[in-house]
Design a protein around this ligand. Structure first.
Ligand code: BTN
Length: 267
């Protein structure tokens, strides 16, 4: 294994986020290595980071552009005692931690687009995926929380087809940022937001999430299972579902195979 530049930010005992950080120059996907670690009993809070991913994965079967040496690609192993249905809330918890970490570098321009995109000036700079792993009794055994943040990617390095939708911290602020310091903030903020959720429920996270919400009050179209729904976003509910006012009723859109259209036009 190459020398691990993230070794200095490992902290705490097993169970705390970032207590152990596995580091790779290159890997297919941090999600897959984390899956193996989790299957072999890795403790909660174990982290995998790679400089480059050859098969980085996004939500809904998309690929995650993962060039070397510029961004943060990480998966955190969690072992919460929650039901499978509650797992999607964890990606919202991670969204709040990621927004708070970026806020320190780029105050006033950070937003969250439901369900789990992190935006800077209305363009995507980060994405989150929460994959549930269950045991033979269909009980949740771990959650692989994957977070990708474009940090020092330059405008030229953004693939042409993503240029009107994607950005990086460097593009948005005009200067290069310290990836290790950002990872350090992210893990410590995630550790406290995660503990807060386990101990006190989702409500306080929900309030923090709402403060960053890019879509609340905006008119959007959502394609959910092939059906298009258009309405005004009212926020999220206590389960993390999006509340959409479609005129005659308030629809709950649950996290899953949902894509929000028209969001960029509304910014
Ligand atoms: C999305 O917005 O679609 C979610 C993107 C998640 C990307 C991260 S990068 C680290 C981890 N490894 C992966 O292959 N995917 C996640």
């Amino acid at each position: 294994m190459p020398q691990n530049p993230y070794l200095g930010i490992e902290r705490g005992a097993p169970g705390r986020i970032g207590w152990r950080i596995h580091y790779f120059d290159e890997i297919d996907s941090t999600q897959e290595f984390a899956r193996e670690l989790a299957a072999n009993g890795a403790a909660e809070g174990t982290v995998v980071i790679a400089e480059r991913q050859s098969a980085g994965r996004g939500r809904m079967g998309r690929t995650w552009h993962s060039p070397a040496g510029v961004n943060l690609y990480t998966t955190i192993i969690l072992r919460p005692k929650i039901s499978l249905a509650e797992v999607s809330r964890l990606s919202l918890v991670a969204g709040v931690a990621a927004a708070e970490a970026l806020e320190r570098e780029a105050p006033g321009i950070v937003a969250l687009k439901w369900p789990n995109d992190v935006w800077l000036r209305g363009r995507k700079t980060g994405g989150i995926i929460a994959e549930a792993v269950s045991d033979s009794h269909q009980q949740l055994s771990s959650v692989l929380l994957g977070i990708g943040i474009n940090i020092n990617l330059t405008a030229d390095e953004i693939p042409p087809e993503l240029r009107d939708k994607a950005t990086s911290l460097r593009v948005a602020t005009g200067h290069a940022c310290d990836r290790i310091a950002i990872a350090d903030s992210l893990f410590s903020l995630l550790d406290s937001r995660y503990m807060e959720t386990l101990n006190g429920g989702f409500d306080s996270i929900r309030a923090a999430w709402e403060r960053y919400s890019a879509l609340t009050g905006k008119r959007v179209s959502i394609v959910d299972g092939g059906v298009r729904k258009t309405g005004v976003v009212k926020g999220i509910d206590g389960d993390g579902a999006l509340l959409l006012d479609i005129g005659n009723s308030l629809e709950r859109i649950v996290a899953g195979e949902v894509s929000v259209e028209g969001a960029y036009d509304n910014m």
